[in-house]
Design a protein around this ligand. Structure first.
Ligand SMILES: Cc1ncc(COP(=O)(O)O)c(C=O)c1O
Ligand SMILES: [Zn+2]
Length: 401
């Protein structure tokens, strides 16, 4: 059995089949491309997987990298699936779990997409990558590019988390800030790539393999539950790579026969300050309209116009899921609640999922008996200013009241 069962790339919009072993971007029709595998050829079993090292490469047959020697890793994957009993009871959802991506290189789940995307790019001979980012993805891709010896060009909004700038600079990336949004960064990157032969545009869903890294969150949730699926998965949705990836992963597991039964209902969480997917879902639409003037403290989900909108919406409709928008006020309060009740300092995007659970339980969409997995996509340490920390300053000769 080969290391990867990768077969080809498929266009989910027009159905065209594309070769996988050359550098590819989007389909000529404009759609992202999805990797397909010869799942019928996979002889590995969950029991074999259990004996492998605890990182995302344990699923290598379902990943696109053809040879083990091309894997570029910082030890990413197999993050904890934590029970949240005290928060769960407070929310009326006692079977509440959190897939905690704060314990991963660079501090966000973006490391998964970067590890697989960079490994595959390097395997296909790419020597330089370029991408726009809301910060966290840039930090991760810069780190893995450095480890792979690839050049890396990053453009991010000036308002992106400051530490992600430092991470890009530390890893030796060529970094620019734009006084605008991720879409403006994307235009600058597209123009630069057109002028720079040899640079691959690795923007969200403009290359096919970042999603393959992110889908491992879905594989891990299933494995960590003993090859069983939860009732509901709640995901903070920006470009949507994570939720599309999880949906793809779970369908692949069903096809392999490693899990059975209904797929979890998938929930896309956005901010009331940028909710194009929620608006489209409520209208029953199959594509979204760009969101004017997007703004939220959950910076990673400030994506007004996602290339994969139709894939996100398909995942919601097909699983009987839903889409919810929460306010910054609510998610900041829930970031505090998670830290106080469970000890975990999560990122605002992850906290948005907790607020969504609160809302969905309140409306009755979630039942007390539901087993619910929320994705915390990164550590709160990236956003030190999201929590006020006022402490009295004492003189050395002072005393504690
Ligand atoms: C912490 C965090 N959570 C969630 C997201 C949204 O990611 P996706 O593209 O998978 O929707 C991002 C994207 O920047 C992020 O940084
Ligand atoms: Zn197409």
């Amino acid at each position: 059995m080969s290391y990867s069962a990768l077969s080809h790339l498929d266009c989910p919009r027009c159905g065209t089949r594309h070769a996988a072993d050359v550098v590819q971007g989007t389909c000529p029709c404009g759609s992202p491309l999805l990797a397909r595998y010869d799942l019928g050829e996979v002889r590995t079993s969950p029991r074999d997987i259990a004996g492998r090292p605890p990182d995302l490469w344990r699923y290598h047959e379902l990943l696109p990298v053809r040879a083990a020697r091309h894997v570029v890793s910082l030890g990413e994957g197999m993050t904890p699936l934590l029970a949240l009993p005290r928060l769960g009871r407070a929310l009326g959802v006692p079977n509440l779990l959190m897939k905690d991506e704060s314990l991963i290189p660079t501090g966000t789940f973006k490391a998964r997409g970067a590890a697989v995307g960079i490994s595959r790019a390097a395997e296909l001979g790419v020597r330089a990558i370029a991408m726009p980012t809301n910060g966290n993805a840039g930090a991760a891709w810069a780190a893995y590019a450095a480890r792979a010896g690839l050049r890396c060009l990053i453009v991010m909004p000036a308002a992106a988390p400051a530490v992600t700038r430092a991470e890009c600079a530390a890893a030796g990336a060529e970094l620019y800030l734009v006084d605008g949004l991720i879409g403006d960064a994307g235009k600058l990157i597209a123009a630069a790539v057109a002028q720079r032969p040899g640079y691959q545009d690795t923007s969200t869903l403009r290359e096919p393999y970042r999603i393959e890294g992110k889908k491992t969150m879905g594989l891990e949730i299933a494995e960590q539950l003993g090859w069983r699926l939860p009732g509901v998965i709640v995901y903070p949705t920006g470009g949507g790579v994570g939720i599309i990836g999880i949906y793809k992963a779970l369908r692949e597991l069903l096809e392999l026969g490693w899990v059975s039964g209904d797929l979890p209902r998938l929930v896309a969480v956005q901010s009331t300050g940028c909710a194009p997917i929620v608006r489209a879902f409520r209208a029953g639409a199959t594509a979204s309209e760009p969101w004017p003037d997007p703004k939220t403290v959950a910076f990673g989900i400030t994506v007004p116009n996602a290339l994969g909108d139709f894939l996100i919406l398909e995942a919601l409709y097909a699983t009987g899921g839903t889409a919810v928008a929460v306010t910054d006020e609510a998610l900041l309060a829930d970031q505090g609640a998670v830290a106080r009740l469970e000890g975990s300092f999560i990122c605002p995007e992850g906290a948005a999922c907790v607020s969504a659970v609160r809302e969905l339980r309140g409306s009755g969409w979630l039942a007390e008996s539901d087993e619910v997995v929320v994705l915390n996509t990164g550590t709160g340490l990236i956003y030190p200013d999201s929590v006020p920390a006022r402490a009295p300053v004492l003189p050395p000769s002072g005393s504690i009241p």
